[in-house]
Design a protein around this ligand. Structure first.
Ligand code: COA
Length: 299
């Protein structure tokens, strides 16, 4: 779905953004919206054809874009892609860590290597990219004339706020990503004026996450369980990203924003609203009418 942005189209003008996983799903929508708001885009991904198609799609929208093949699990790839981005555009202002691995599996059926694979992509990959990008994101880094440091955005999840069925690996990995967000915000915010924030998407339509993690029959009913009664759009995540990356977010640091329509708060409603009114009034009346051993003057 294509919706108009409520933000001015130049709020990221002149910024250079590198996005891991920026060639598909939520990452591609953030690439697109960053580009539409004036940023130049570098995307990093494992699949050359996906990267090539994404770059063509961005360019067809008039966005300056380049793609680099690479796997965030390999430090040499992270280093090479960060260097190539700076070589191509002359600087780096924004890093978005959107690359992630996911699949549904019961904890007892998940091999330690399967657990490690997701930790390696989501957590270690995010740290590696941040680490490689640091020197270019500092306030006085080469090519950056900005009076402030750069910006890092980590795409997280809400699965670890409580617990999620068949997602032990992802919950552990994203809990650690949120810890990276807070710790880097503290250290690099203080030392280098770099802001580090996160976004925790809920179920977002048209993503691999939805098709991989939510069976179709639940997918059809999912809105019935949600506080806002709807699944999110990739656009919702991208608008939150534009807001956080822009000057509008200049005092926001170390925060992971859930963009899930309030789903993580939801609980099954055991009693209809009318029922609760009736019940609580009845209980009140009952206790007023029949106080047990309490003098009326004390009621
Ligand atoms: N259930 C259980 N274990 C699984 C699994 C599944 N569906 N998929 C992979 N694994 C395990 C493998 O068995 C292996 O462990 P083992 O060596 O003990 O057998 C380990 O994970 C690595 O698997 P492999 O296929 O070699 O990893 P990969 O690097 O080729 O792929 C994944 C990475 C597993 C994350 C893959 O799902 C992927 O690339 N996904 C695309 C990106 C994605 O998931 N995006 C998320 C959108 S929400």
């Amino acid at each position: 779905m294509s919706m108009n942005s409520p933000f001015k189209s130049d709020i990221l003008k002149g910024e250079v953004a590198l996005l891991t996983g920026g060639g598909s799903g939520i990452g591609l929508e953030i690439s697109t919206q960053f580009g539409k708001h004036g940023a130049s885009i570098a995307i990093m991904g494992r699949r050359k054809n996906v990267i090539d198609d994404a770059v063509s799609a961005l360019q067809s929208l008039g966005i300056t874009a380049v793609g680099f093949e690479g796997d965030v699990r390999k430090r040499e790839d992270a280093q090479r892609v960060v260097e190539a981005t700076v070589k191509h555009f002359g600087k780096l202002d924004i890093l978005v860590n959107a690359a992630a691995g996911n699949f549904l599996v019961a904890a007892e059926d998940l091999s330690p290597n399967g657990f490690k694979t997701v930790m390696d992509i989501d957590t270690v990959g995010t740290f590696t990219m941040c680490h490689e990008a640091l020197k270019y994101l500092k306030k006085d880094a080469p090519g950056r004339n900005s009076s402030s440091g750069g910006f890092i955005l980590n795409i997280s999840a809400t699965s670890h706020y409580t617990a999620s069925w068949y997602q032990i690996h992802v919950s552990a990995a994203k809990a650690a990503v949120d810890a990276l967000t807070r710790n880097l915000a503290l250290e690099w915010g203080t030392d280098y004026d770099i802001r580090v924030n996160g976004i925790a998407p809920g179920p977002i339509g048209g993503t691999a996450g939805m098709s991989k993690l939510v069976p179709q029959e639940i997918n059809n009913k999912i809105k019935d369980y949600m506080p806002l009664y709807k699944v999110g759009d990739k656009w919702d995540i991208a608008m939150a990203a534009v807001y956080l990356a822009s000057d509008a977010g200049k005092y926001i640091n170390g925060m992971t924003m859930p963009v899930d329509g309030g789903l993580w708060l939801s609980r099954p409603r055991h009693l209809p609203k009318d029922g609760v009114k009736q019940l609580s009034r009845t209980v009140e009346k009952r206790s007023r009418a029949a106080p047990t051993g309490v003098p009326t003057s004390k009621l």
